[in-house]
Ligand binder design. Structure first.
Ligand SMILES: O=C(CO)COP(=O)(O)O
Length: 251
């Protein structure tokens, strides 16, 4: 059985007061037992969120980290720092990091290594631009992101890897991939992992969908065979919509 996961990526939202308001509300909720729930607040709220959620079944994740363990990298955060405040999970390769902060596959491969060396769980994001899809290059592009970013890891490392498929054209646009488009790509990702590793490994990897998931479209996306959950942006910022999305997961 694959883990079912719903993760909220807060991006650059919520200062400490807003975080506290969210947490007060979140802690009143009853969570379905079969779903792993995660939130990825900005660095400034991580420690507070971790401490506040100690008694609650919610994992706190970082949104990014540097590929070096330490050093003169002004403004950056290391794996060790994340772990020291309770974040054992990190999102890597988000399309916003790739687009605005020039993170390429080679840099991401280094980040993957550093996260694994530090025994962290990785949510590795991949996704094509609209242009790639229009040109029929989306499968190829996804394969390249996997090959260059993460296919160097050992078989055992897959225990600590979650893939998030986030088509760039669906992020923050209100335009979500259709359930069929999501399923088609998730199936392709799983097949590609099976070809490079084994069916056994591929069958165990949770593959999340991200891109304009909302309370009213979550159920039909989560219903797809190869969709094991969601990475939610905008709709994860309010407890009410986040919970509706979590509760839409019936599988
Ligand atoms: O990028 C995303 C999650 O990482 C998706 O963002 P939205 O849900 O706001 O489209």
């Amino acid at each position: 059985m694959r883990k079912k996961i719903v993760a909220g990526n807060w991006k650059m939202n919520n200062d400490i007061a807003e975080t506290e308001m969210f947490l007060v509300d979140l802690k009143k909720q009853v969570f379905p037992e079969n779903i792993v729930i995660m939130i990825a607040p900005p660095f400034t709220s991580l420690n507070h969120a971790f401490n506040s959620l100690r008694e609650h079944p919610v994992t706190v994740a970082g949104q990014n980290m540097h590929q070096s363990n330490e050093g003169a990298f002004t403004g950056e955060i290391s794996a060790k720092m994340l772990k020291s405040i309770g974040a054992n999970t990190v999102i890597l390769g988000h399309s916003e990091r790739r687009a605005y902060f020039m993170e390429d596959n080679a840099t991401l491969a280094e980040k993957v290594n550093t996260a694994l060396e530090n025994e962290m769980t990785i949510i590795f994001c991949i996704g094509e631009e609209l242009e790639d899809r229009k040109n029929g290059k989306h499968f190829e592009l996804i394969k390249t992101q996997l090959t260059e970013g993460i296919f160097h890891v050992s078989d055992e490392s897959w225990q600590n890897i979650i893939i998030a498929y986030e088509p760039v054209w669906a992020i923050g646009t209100g335009e979500t991939a259709s359930p069929e488009q999501a399923q088609e790509m998730h199936k392709f990702i799983r097949k590609t992992i099976a070809e490079n590793y084994s069916k056994e490994i591929a069958d165990k990897v949770s593959i999340l969908y991200g891109g304009s998931v909302k309370p009213d479209n979550a159920a039909e996306i989560f219903e797809q065979t190869d969709v094991d959950g969601g990475l939610i942006g905008g709709a994860s910022l309010k407890v009410e919509s986040f919970m509706k999305i979590i509760n839409a997961f019936k599988k």
